[in-house]
Structures are given as structure tokens and as C-alpha cells.
Design a protein around this ligand. Sequence first.
Ligand SMILES: [Mg+2]
Length: 186
Amino acid sequence: METRTILHIDANAFFASVEQAANPELRGKPIAVVGGHGRTVITTSSYEARAKGVKTGMAIWEGKRHCPELIIVVGDNKKYQHTSTKMNEIFRDYTPEVEAFSIDESWLDVTHSLSIFGNAENIAYLIKARIKYQFDITVSIGIAPNKLLAKLASDMHKPDEVNRDSSRERCTYTGAHANSRALRRR
Ligand SMILES: [Mg+2]
């Protein structure tokens, strides 16, 4: 049987990252996204908020107890869906076999793209650089022979990492910065 190569791509703190990318005043700050006006449960928070102990599922008051300077942002699903669609368009530059699992997670079967791009890590770093450059969002990418292992691999080193399941070794982020600079010239 042919060995397959699957990437699982998971955007980090997706709703919060989209909000921070859209509004420079929110960048580098602890923010929490809530589902709508009048909603009180935190659906996602930025890494700055997580560092203070804010977690998904907390009530706003609870989040503010951990982090008094927490900024509450009312979520905008249309904006997240739009970014998600655009991200999946980028993924399709690397393989036609893209399967969206949720708004911020997709599987890519790159088995037949390896001969074009060299190896799966190259594809992963190219995608990371483009997503970072175009949307200012970091992603975690897992590489494995099947979807489940790829998802587990992407979960292993969050955020902003590429991890291959078979070796259980963490790949460093080298080259991604150079890639994003090269892309800027395109
Ligand atoms: Mg995610």
C-alpha cells in the first residue's frame, strides 16, 4: 500500500489572532473573544491572556479575575469564516486534496505533491510563512502517514511549530523567516 503523507494544519488562537491582526491596538495584548453581545463565555483568548491563566470556557468575570486588564472582543463569525476560506485557498496551492475539519483546522494529503516541493517540511514551512505574512496568524502543523496521527502531531508543540510524527522530533522554525521575505517580493 502506498504510504501517504498528511499535514494537519491548526491555526493558533484563531479568533483572537484574527482580531489582533485586524486591529493593531489589540496586538500583544491579552484579549478574549466572546460569542456575541450579551454572551459571557470566553470562546478563545490570545496567548497573552492564556499566559495569565485565561482559558476557553471561562466566564468573563472569571477571566478578569485572572487578568484584570483583559480586553473583551465580541466575535464576528463572518470575519473568521472569510479568513478560513482564504487560508484553505492557500492550502490548495500545495495539493487539491484539502479537507477542512473545522473553521481553523484542515488536513492536506500532500502525497502526490512531495516530488514538486521536495518534502513535507518544505510544504509546511511555505504554508506557515504565507499564512503569517498574509494574515499575521501562526499555525501548528503536524506531519504523519494518517489524519489522526497528523492531528496529534500538530497538537504536540503549540504554537507555531512543525512536528513530524514518525520521528517524534521537533523541527525548528528555521527558514520560515527567509521564506516570508521571499514571498514579500512576489
Ligand atoms: Mg486552533
